[in-house]
Design a protein around this ligand. Structure first.
Ligand code: NAD
Ligand code: MLT
Length: 529
């Protein structure tokens, strides 16, 4: 099988080597496409790799009938409609670490350039003006740098600013006093940071709550003569408010790498001498571009050809490699258990409960839950259900999914139990991995069994009476259906019982009907896993 990958933004040639070298992957580089041009061709591709120029909108995702993965060579995924991707079962991966250093260095370059008017002085000198008085700057030493958003880049900027002997104070909803102490920086509310800082730099993602987080009110709280830097995302700072704050003299200077609309060359902020700017260059270093392209290419190759595992998923919770290694062997079992239950469930599912016991209870198991739900939904919703959209599709159908963890193992090293609640009651299946033997279903409802969740199964619920097993065997023989294995279980003598058969081929509807009509049979379900 060959997977077709489209690269629609310029990416580092060295960085895309993993894709170019992958045997089952065919790479097309086609950059600068207009939205309609991309829409017209995206249906052919299994993967799309972008930087920030390509806007991967809902329209495009809806046309992308084969698309499985979108790779973003960088951090920000605001150019990708994540909801649309999730709904269509497309995983989005990014490269969160590869450009941290470059973006932090660019931020420091902005801070230093602002402090010493380097771009303005350079421009004057190039224009034959030797103007020493006009470009008197300020020192960074002993000034306070306020950081809004202390994630990867914010933290790197903090440590560099300390190297410049600045005092650093940060605001981040996840920053604790202990963590700030450990980093040797101060911490405060957003207002406190705004009030104390001589320089302010923003490093949040662009989200609903961070859109225009630096607005007129925020400028009013700042010190007079503050300098402000945005190397994160346009839209975090309200550009109109910034313009007015500079014109009024409240803000002494601004260093902008990003704008609300990009690309842009005609902008009122660019006309102000107090504004220095670069065209979104924060991550534009040889090192960062190579690193993000390698990270995202490897994730795309692994995902397409290596069993669906991505290291940096954005629309799925990410699981550390070591944990993934432990839970991966259960993926298949979880999906098959979900599929098994989908056959036993005859009414609309209201609630799915997934119980993890034993060692699994100590691990991040969300990928297993997603595989279980995928298995449950796939039979009715079709092949477009995958681990990315399974939970979303379940939610859309009004199904509640609950995960539970318990250390009780009931004799197994690990046990995965799934129950499904419908208006008719609860159905239950439990499974495990047996050392050296692979996946097993070990319980169906209240009955213990030992079944490999593969192939064609027949689940019979019947009365525990002499002759029932014989009648089922004879009828299957008449239909030329060979029984490979058979298990029986009962709650009490003469009470309810089950038979679990594995057979060599699918049982037709008519055959099932005949089985159902046998004496002492309550229900028969054919299960194809
Ligand atoms: P990150 O996820 O590591 O850090 C973001 C931080 O912002 C998190 O710690 C989060 O808690 C914090 N945050 C979220 N909402 C907040 C709020 N309301 N107030 C304060 N803090 C808040 O991300 P990162 O890798 O450090 O990237 C930061 C930004 O830089 C992103 O917007 C990213 O897209 C951008 N970026 C730009 C360039 C460039 O070329 N200019 C390069 C790389 C990254
Ligand atoms: C990012 O979010 O990683 C940056 O905007 C870098 C980029 O792609 O230019």
């Amino acid at each position: 099988m060959t997977f077709k990958v489209l690269i629609s933004d310029p990416l580092s040639e060295e960085g895309i080597q993993p894709l170019q070298e992958a045997k089952e992957v065919e790479v097309t580089i086609n950059t600068g496409l207009k939205p309609d041009e991309l829409k017209a061709i995206i249906g052919e591709y299994d993967a799309l790799l972008v930087r920030s120029q390509t806007k991967v909108t809902r329209d495009i995702i809806e046309k992308a009938s084969n698309l499985k993965i979108i790779g973003r060579a960088g951090v920000g995924v605001d150019n990708i409609d994540l909801d649309a991707a999730t709904e269509h079962g497309v995983i989005v991966v990014n490269a969160p670490d590869g450009n941290t250093n470059s973006a932090a260095e660019h931020t420091m370059a902005m801070i230093m350039s602002l402090a010493r008017n380097i771009p303005q002085a350079y421009y004057a000198l190039k224009n034959q003006r030797w103007d020493r008085k006009k470009y008197v700057g300020v020192e960074l030493k002993n000034k306070t740098l306020g950081i809004v958003g202390l994630g990867r880049i914010g933290a790197e900027v903090a440590s560099r600013a300390k190297g410049q002997r600045m005092n650093v104070v940060a605001y981040d909803p996840f920053l604790t006093e202990e963590k700030a102490d450990e980093m040797g920086i101060g911490y405060g509310t957003l207002d406190e940071v705004l009030q104390q800082a001589d320089f302010i730099t923003v490093h949040t993602p662009l989200l609903k709550e961070t859109h225009h987080i630096i607005n007129r009110d925020a400028f009013a709280k700042m010190k007079d003569g503050v300098r402000i830097v945005n190397c994160a995302r346009g839209g975090i700072i309200d550009e109109d408010a910034l313009f007015d704050a500079i014109v009024s003299g409240k803000v002494a200077g601004a260093g902008l790498d990003v704008f609300e609309e990009e690309p842009i060359t005609d902008h009122k902020l660019l006309e102000l001498t107090e504004v220095i700017a670069t065209p979104h260059l924060g991550a534009s270093t040889v090192e960062a571009q190579e690193s993000v392209a390698i990270d995202v290419s490897q994730d795309v190759v692994n995902f397409l050809t290596g069993g669906g595992i991505a290291r940096n998923p954005v629309n799925l919770s990410s699981v550390p490699k070591e944990v993934m290694k432990k839970i991966e062997p259960y993926f298949h079992l979880a999906e098959k258990m979900g599929a098994f239950l989908s056959y036993l469930t005859k009414a609309a599912i209201e609630e799915i409960n997934i119980y993890y016991s034993g060692e699994l209870a100590d691990l991040e198991v969300s990928p297993l839950s997603r595989n279980t739900v995928k298995g449950l939904l796939k039979r009715h919703l079709g092949d477009h259900v995958n681990e990315v959209n399974a939970a979303f599709l379940a939610e859309k159908k009004g199904i509640t999914i609950k995960e539970h963890k318990t250390s009780k193992t009931k004799g197994f090293t690990n046990l995965l139990t799934v129950t499904v609640q419908t208006k008719n009651g609860v159905r239950r299946v439990a499974g495990t991995l047996l050392n050296g033997l692979g996946p097993r279903i070990v319980k169906v409802d209240q009955y213990s069994v030992d079944v490999v969740p593969e192939g064609h199964l027949i689940f019979v619920s019947h009365k525990d009476q002499p002759g029932v097993i014989g009648r089922v065997g004879s009828l299957l023989a008449e239909q030329d259906i060979n029984i490979a294995t058979m298990q029986v279980g009962r709650s009490d003598v003469g009470g309810d019982a089950i038979m679990m058969l594995t057979v060599d081929r699918h049982v037709e509807e008519a055959g099932l009907q005949q089985l159902t009509e046998l004496v002492d049979i309550n229900a028969v379900t054919a299960i194809d896993l």
